[in-house]
Design a protein around this ligand. Structure first.
Ligand code: GDP
Length: 203
């Protein structure tokens, strides 16, 4: 899929203020610093669509972008900030959690994980919670340029082994690098396939 247009629509502090539209939404979420803003900019081929290393306060909002006038890219607040107080965790609870559990337009959630790290409890717990919400999700292992392909594959295998212990169906998995553009076409291809499925289902 080629991205012809990527336009910021709005920032919503909660589910009630999210846009009332029929666009299918593709949400991106991960822990702070995982490379979410860089990946969003890579997908959109815009330098500053999402601000890299944004101010902590701003990252609590749900940011909506309209892509090609056909679908929405949703930048969700992260979970498990390393230095967050209770208030910030609560902010995730009420905004992103509500969105993931209840938003009808949600077509796919992309959960970002740092490819350099062994499986982290906080990510596995989040995925378990997401599974209970029945939100359809895929995994993106970021920053693969920072290490060898063998090391990335080993971390992905360790992660999926842990995940498989808790759930029978493994999600789709992508590897990405904002530096080399690795994974861009595959992730956009996944979005295009979901959109095509929805169109077919709509008749
Ligand atoms: P966010 O907090 O999840 O939005 O993460 P950012 O996109 O702001 O990235 C955090 C840091 O990681 C920044 O210094 C980025 O330049 C760097 N970074 C993000 N993605 C990549 C990547 O794919 N490769 C490399 N080498 N660095 C990355």
């Amino acid at each position: 899929m080629k991205i012809h247009s990527a336009v910021f629509e709005t920032s919503a502090p909660d589910l009630a203020t999210c846009p009332r539209w029929a666009l299918p939404e593709f949400a991106f979420i991960g822990r702070s610093n995982v490379g979410k803003s860089s990946l969003i900019n890579l997908l959109a081929e815009r330098r500053e669509l999402a601000k890299v290393s944004d101010l902590p306060g701003k990252t609590r909002l749900i940011n909506f972008y309209v892509m090609n006038g056909r679908w929405s890219l949703v930048d969700l607040p992260g979970y498990g900030y390393a230095h967050a107080g209770k208030q910030e965790r609560h902010a995730f609870g009420t905004a992103a959690a509500e969105f993931l559990a209840e938003r009808r337009n949600l077509a796919r959630v992309f959960v970002l994980l740092d490819s350099r790290l062994p499986p982290q409890a906080i990510d596995l717990e989040f995925l378990q919670w997401l599974g209970q919400c029945r939100a359809p999700y895929a995994l993106i292992f970021t920053k693969v340029d920072k290490q060898s392909a063998t090391q990335s594959r080993a971390n992905v295998a360790r992660f999926t082994a842990q995940l498989a212990a808790g759930q029978p169906d493994l999600p789709e998995i992508f590897l990405s690098s904002a530096k080399t553009k690795h994974g861009r076409m595959e992730i956009l291809g996944c979005i295009a396939a979901v959109l095509a499925d929805k169109n077919r289902a709509a008749g």
